[in-house]
Design a protein around this ligand. Structure first.
Ligand SMILES: [Zn+2]
Ligand SMILES: [Zn+2]
Length: 205
């Protein structure tokens, strides 16, 4: 048996005011990622819209509200859901999601991922070279890359044109509110998490 007091686990501080405590190691959980979050208003779970091809993710809301925008694996259907205290959601492998705190009090949630490690993270952006429908975030010494799993091109995303911060993928406004035009696939945008600048693509087109 391994027992943990969450308040005594050292938080991983990324400077965004989000309190994230990884419980897998203290609990000796080798097959399950367990992260406890306290997220202030207007902040979110890390990373923008993404999926894991090789991992299911479960979020359990312990306090406050969590709002998730979701995008089907084929990128042909979008939705937005809000969970309150006592609710949980599971995202299957391949389903895109991005969670944030739109309420005016802190969000406290547990994020569970199984298996623990994911090597197949997917960002819903078309490859500028071959058009493949998702890219894989990687990094080299010069910074972030978005690598195409199909043609192998390492695409270099530009930072925010206004402040240089790494952009995140999100859904267009109408899509996040569940668009009523079934003939059109949801649009993705890239948005700067710091200053809110939006662009159609991180590749400067
Ligand atoms: Zn490609
Ligand atoms: Zn910016």
């Amino acid at each position: 048996m391994e027992r943990v007091t969450i308040g005594e686990v050292e938080p991983a501080d990324f400077g965004d005011g989000v309190d994230r405590r990884r419980l897998s190691d203290p609990l000796g959980a080798t097959g399950l990622a367990v992260v406890h979050y306290r997220i202030p208003p207007d902040e979110g779970f890390p990373s923008g819209l993404h999926a894991h091809g090789d991992q299911a993710e479960i979020f359990v809301v312990l306090d406050g509200e969590a709002t998730f925008e979701t995008l089907a694996p084929e990128r042909d259907d979008a939705d937005e859901i809000t969970l309150t205290e006592g609710e949980a959601v599971r995202f299957a492998p391949g389903e895109y999601q991005s969670g944030r705190n739109d309420a005016d009090c802190d969000l406290v949630a547990l994020a569970l991922g199984a298996p623990r490690d994911s090597d197949d993270v997917r960002i819903p952006l078309d490859c500028p070279e071959c058009g493949h429908d998702y890219l894989r975030p990687e990094a080299d010494e010069d910074g972030p890359l978005l690598v195409c799993p199909d043609c192998g091109t390492a695409n270099v995303p530009g930072g925010c044109p206004d402040c240089g911060t790494e952009m995140r993928v999100t859904l267009g406004e109408s899509d996040a509110a569940a668009s009523d035009s079934p003939s059109e696939d949801p649009e993705t945008l890239v948005v700067c998490p710091d200053c809110g600048t939006e662009a159609e693509s991180p590749f400067g087109t």
